[in-house]
Design a protein around this ligand. Structure first.
Ligand code: PAF
Length: 282
């Protein structure tokens, strides 16, 4: 397993390193992240290595995907710790640009995928997915990878990035990687670090509610009562707000009244001051 990680900080250096690999006959995967890496991110590296023989990752806390009242300043940052984890997972190249490199003075171009960004998380986070699409299009343009891997926990993000990569002929195959969960079922997230021990204990109601709703639907139950029961369970655990709890078409993200192939239950709710998301295939 390679334990040496090369770090580059400009798009040109990333492109050059990726092209060097490709000229040497390698297939290359790219894993974009915002750092504060946990086992879910390292699973993205492992997934990349299932498709290619070289993996590069990026760490960039993208200001354009944070709203004015969101956690940009307190978002956890630990480049040295992250670099060690990436190297141990088999990643050989890290792209870690500064904000000034990504968005120099005069930066004025944005990528917006029509329709999908306004649904679900987009309703509570206006502009968030335009920031994601913009940064991911920049990252993929510089990386020119054969494959890019994204986690399924951010299902809406994955759907938007798939649409964008296809629409813009980015030439990179987008691969989704299954959710990694803690032993009690809570989906791993860098934001779980914000939860107090008591909030962390109660947060498990979110995946439990979704699993129970899935069981009810798979047993032939109707959608509305299954979702209402899930919302009651989430609220009873002390979540301060439920942004949504819906059964949707996994690609178009539109609400469903009955289970169809590719349907997913998706939810977002706020525990204390931390917004958590989760989703399950039905
Ligand atoms: O999922 C994330 O960590 C971010 O949204 C991404 C895809 C790295 C873009 O900043």
């Amino acid at each position: 397993m390679p334990d040496k990680l090369q770090i580059v900080r400009t798009p040109a250096a990333l492109t050059a390193a990726m092209e060097r690999w490709k000229r040497a006959g390698h297939r290359v995967a790219f894993v974009p992240t915002m750092g504060a890496l946990h086992a879910g991110h390292l699973a993205l590296v492992t997934e990349g290595l299932r498709h290619t023989d070289k993996v590069a990752a990026s760490i960039f806390v993208n200001p354009k995907q944070f709203g004015p009242t969101e956690d940009l300043d307190r978002y956890p940052r630990d480049e040295a710790g992250d670099a060690a984890k990436l190297a141990a997972a088999g990643c050989e190249l890290l792209y870690a640009p500064t904000v000034a490199t990504m968005y120099p003075p005069g930066f004025a171009s944005y990528v917006r995928v029509a329709a999908l960004p306004d649904l679900l998380c987009g309703a509570a986070r206006p502009g968030h997915f335009d920031g994601v699409a913009t940064v991911v299009s920049k990252l993929l343009a510089a990386a020119r990878a054969d494959v890019a891997v994204f986690g399924e926990k951010d299902w809406q993000q994955l759907a938007i990035i798939r649409r964008m990569a296809e629409d813009l002929d980015l030439g990179t195959t987008i691969v989704g990687c299954g959710i990694v969960r803690d032993d009690d079922g809570l989906a791993l997230s860098s934001r779980n670090l914000y939860l107090t021990p008591d909030e962390r204990r109660r947060a498990v109601a979110l995946p439990q509610a979704l699993m129970r709703a899935r069981e009810a639907l798979q047993a032939g139950g109707d959608v509305a009562p299954a979702l209402a029961a899930a919302e009651r369970k989430i609220a009873a655990a002390g979540f301060a707000r439920i942004d949504y709890c819906e059964l949707v078409d996994g690609e178009r993200l539109t609400p469903l009244r009955a289970v169809t192939p590719g349907a997913r239950i998706m939810a977002a709710a706020v525990m204390g001051s931390t917004r958590l998301i989760d989703n399950l295939a039905v």
